[in-house]
Design a protein around this ligand. Structure first.
Ligand code: TRP
Ligand code: SF4
Length: 406
């Protein structure tokens, strides 16, 4: 069985460094990361090179943004003892893999990715007819493949990038995964698993190759996951042999869709910096108080005695995030019968947001006071990430038979 132990799943995710984060990021991404760090081996990084693809004319802001973003992660509860927190540009192996992968990536694969044309249209002021921008998803593929990650938590808009990552991995494995004596080595590896497992493996392989039984593949993979006495190389061979292809050097990752953030902004639209409707994670208690107090409500409720409709009120959206059933009923009842005032209705939301932000503010202050600690977390994380990235790169170069030195 594939177990959920930390050893078996490796999670990688990055965020472009664009400055301080807000509650939309928290509910959309960070909360998920915080949970995942306790279940899986997690690598979270600030994608400063990705920020550079659009901000290459003014890169001087990027380092400042990185620090702000990482402090927000730490404030939100991402912990350097449960996850590896690092900076993309501190792990140059990402760039090296990107370069090698670029050799076998057709330009058309990148041109047809929906975000390419979309963003070019949207961000006209940035002049994005660059190789760097075209290569954005390829760099992302390298970010993921360099850790042989199996899970990548991303939003819906990133699914095409993960699909590309899978295609590139497949292509790489196909082109370079053919050892001349692959079959013989795979057969030897089967025997090493012991009689019982070997027999099961052969049955699964046969079932898949003869009838395309997908279930058999999954069972075969689980069987391999559970093997403790075969080498990494043999395991990779057997994964490839199971499907009848070739050695798998770069495993194909899966996207896990993070629930699109339901976090509404202060005006009821999606919370986003470009709409100017955010609650930053490090906003003061006063700002939160004022921001929510002055939120627009159902325009029908001019006076306290006017009845309203929560569906027409952005505050209701916040109740959907923060309130339990009983309180929601209280809102429904009080609003539609003019039994409560809007300020009264907002009060529990304000309290809930403050309660959510309080521990974050506390942690943030700690790290704001100690920039050296933040720096060290990033440096240590980057060193740890580098070690793993280096190993993958060695495998890659070896599979390509490209080096005299490894
Ligand atoms: N492109 C991602 C975004 O805009 C950020 C990112 C860069 C990323 N590299 C990654 C996400 C690797 C997951 C894995 O959100
Ligand atoms: Fe909105 Fe609540 Fe006022 Fe109704 S009572 S309009 S839900 S703030």
């Amino acid at each position: 069985m594939i177990s959920n132990s930390k050893q078996n799943h490796r999670v990688v995710s990055g965020m472009r460094s664009t400055g301080a984060l807000h509650l939309g990021h928290y509910h959309g991404v960070l909360k998920n990361w915080v949970e995942m760090q306790y279940e899986h081996e997690c690598f979270f990084f600030a994608a400063d090179w990705h920020a550079l693809t659009t901000h290459y004319k003014d890169p001087s802001q990027v380092p400042q943004h990185v620090t702000e973003m990482v402090v927000d992660w730490l404030a939100a509860g991402i912990s350097p003892s449960s996850s590896t927190i690092f900076l993309q540009s501190q792990v140059p192996e990402h760039a090296e893999l990107y370069l090698l992968l670029s050799m076998l990536t057709p330009v058309s694969w990148l041109e047809r990715i929906p975000t390419y044309k979309d963003q070019q249209e949207k961000l006209k002021q940035h002049d994005l007819s660059t190789i760097g921008f075209l290569g954005y998803p390829l760099l992302q593929a390298a970010d993921i493949l360099i850790y042989k990650a199996d899970l990548v938590p991303v939003g819906e808009d990133q699914v095409s990038h993960i699909e590309l990552t899978r295609e590139i991995a497949r292509r790489f494995n196909f082109v370079y995964g053919k050892e001349s004596d692959f079959e013989a080595r795979a057969e030897k590896a089967i025997v090493k698993m012991g009689k019982k497992s070997a027999k099961m493996y052969r049955n699964y392989r046969k079932a898949y190759q003869e009838t395309g039984d997908k279930e058999a593949i999954l069972k075969g993979q689980a069987l391999l996951d559970a093997q403790r006495n075969i080498s990494v190389g043999d395991r990779e061979r057997l994964f490839g042999y199971l499907e009848g292809i070739s050695k798998i050097i770069l495993p194909e990752p899966n996207a896990i869709l993070t629930n699109a953030s339901k976090m509404p902004g202060l005006d009821g639209q999606k919370m986003s910096k470009s709409y100017g409707n955010t609650i930053p994670l490090r906003s003061s208690a006063d700002d939160v108080d004022k921001g929510i107090r002055t939120m627009p409500t159902d325009p029908a409720r001019m006076r306290l005695t006017d009845k309203g409709d929560p569906e027409k009120c952005p505050v209701w959206q916040l109740h959907l995030v923060y309130s339990d059933k009983a309180r929601r009923e209280w809102v429904q009842e009080g609003c539609t019968n003019a039994g409560i005032g809007c300020l009264e209705c907002k009060k529990p939301v304000i309290e809930a947001v403050q309660a959510e932000l309080d521990p974050m503010r506390e942690r943030a202050v700690m790290f704001e006071k100690d920039p050296e600690a933040v720096r060290n977390i990033i440096i240590e994380g980057s060193e740890a990430a580098r070690e793993i990235a280096r190993e993958t790169l060695d495998d890659v170069v070896e599979a390509m038979r490209f080096s005299n030195f490894s």
